[in-house]
Design a protein around this ligand. Structure first.
Ligand code: HEM
Ligand SMILES: *[C@@H]1O[C@H](CO)[C@@H](O)[C@H](O)[C@H]1NC(C)=O
Ligand SMILES: *[C@@H]1O[C@H](CO)[C@@H](O)[C@H](O)[C@H]1NC(C)=O
Ligand SMILES: *[C@@H]1O[C@H](CO)[C@@H](O)[C@H](O)[C@H]1NC(C)=O
Length: 313
């Protein structure tokens, strides 16, 4: 596998070179001058957060990946998902308009404290320089690599939103009971085709889901101790292609199982099941594209100090 992965990296490099001109303000070395330690800090903190001997938990890698997906899909990779927007007072009632309160996120998203910790360390090293949006993008990639998954080129220079949009989160994100047409439509709305949908769903090779989201006949996997069940029943702490081998019968979510329900989509499941290199390559390309969705650059947005709060000047 090593040699074919190298081929994949060359391809990704070519892709990066081609795309960097078109996305003007994002660049690979954006923080090179003002925060050269950024990469090292993020890797160290992610590594700690995922390491059992160091008090961490490998599942946190999955939680960070999902947090990034839920940030990017609704209004772009702008760290809007991290904001606590519970200060809206309307008709004497406090309305929480955080994306955290959206149905796909409430009592479900994890990893906020890890981002807070990384941001704290980054602020100590270089105050007011690095956005929360870039920290989340970097932490996600570091987490996937830590769990033995692929890497991808990451251009930096995202800025943080001053708004959150709970409606966008409710609208853009798919649910566990979505059927195939709904999944295809929600991904197509963000420029991803059915092949991308299948590649990105491979994220469910790591992490866990609560019983309430699991297909009826798979509930034995999560009822034990009331712990959330593994999305990939074989190796939930390793980013590999075994997720695809479990479909459809041992897919945990309905939305996983429907990926084999139509022949023209099932072919991608079969392809990724039989060749992990192809899965890694396509997942990396799709993640790189996801990481550029709706980014704020230049003078748009801001650099937050606290990832949970809009900075008021
Ligand atoms: C295709 C549509 C998708 C649906 C319907 C879906 C739905 C879900 C649900 C319901 C959970 C369990 C949440 C909980 O128990 O609280 C979950 C977990 C997860 N999802 Fe997805 N997801 C989808 C696609 C994706 C994508 C594209 C990614 C990332 C690229 C992703 C990454 C994850 C990860 C890593 C977990 C485990 C999180 C953890 O252990 O904390 N999912 N997903
Ligand atoms: C780096 O610091 C210089 C000097 O303060 C500033 O002009 C520049 O905008 C900063 N660059 C970034 C990416 O923060
Ligand atoms: C919030 O998202 C909804 C659904 O995508 C969109 O129609 C609306 O314009 C957004 N609101 C703002 C203030 O951007
Ligand atoms: C797997 O796919 C890669 C490219 O995606 C290809 O180079 C390699 O030959 C394939 N391996 C097998 C065993 O088919």
């Amino acid at each position: 596998m090593a040699s074919s992965t190298a081929g994949g990296h060359c391809f990704l490099l070519a892709l990066l070179l081609l795309s960097s001109a078109a996305y003007g303000q994002l660049s690979e070395d954006f923080y090179a001058k003002n925060c050269s330690k950024l990469g090292t800090i993020v890797k160290e903190e992610v590594s700690r957060a995922l390491s059992r001997p160091r008090g961490g938990d490998p599942r946190m890698g999955a939680s960070l990946l999902r947090l990034f997906f839920h940030d990017c899909l609704p209004q772009g990779c702008d760290a809007s998902v991290l904001l606590d927007m519970n200060a809206d007072v309307t008709k004497g009632r406090i309305i929480d308009s955080s994306e955290k309160q959206a149905d796909p996120n409430r009592n479900s998203l994890r990893g906020f404290e890890v981002i807070d910790r990384i941001k704290g360390e980054v602020e100590k090293a270089c105050r007011g320089v690095v956005s929360c949006a870039d920290i989340l993008a970097l932490a996600t990639r570091a987490a996937v690599v830590e769990l033995k998954g692929p890497t991808w080129p990451l251009l930096l220079g995202r800025r943080d939103s001053t708004t959150a949009n709970v409606t966008a989160a409710n609208t853009a994100l798919p649910g566990p009971n979505s059927n195939l047409d709904e999944l295809i439509e929600k991904f197509q709305n963000k420029g991803f085709n059915a092949r991308d949908l299948v590649a990105l769903s491979g994220a469910h090779t790591i992490g866990r889901a609560q019983c309430q989201f699991a297909e009826q006949n798979q509930q034995a996997r999560c009822l034990l101790n009331g712990t959330p069940g593994p999305l990939d029943v074989q190796t939930p702490e390793v980013f590999d292609n075994s997720y695809y081998g479990n479909l459809p019968e041992r897919g945990l979510l309905h939305s996983d199982r429907v990926l084999t329900s139509r022949e023209d989509v099932k072919v991608f499941v079969e392809e990724y099941k039989s060749n992990q290199t192809t899965f890694f390559r396509d997942f990396a390309i799709a993640m790189e594209r996801m990481s550029r969705l709706g980014v704020l650059t230049g003078t748009n947005g801001q650099i937050r100090t606290d990832c949970r709060r809009v900075l008021n000047n």
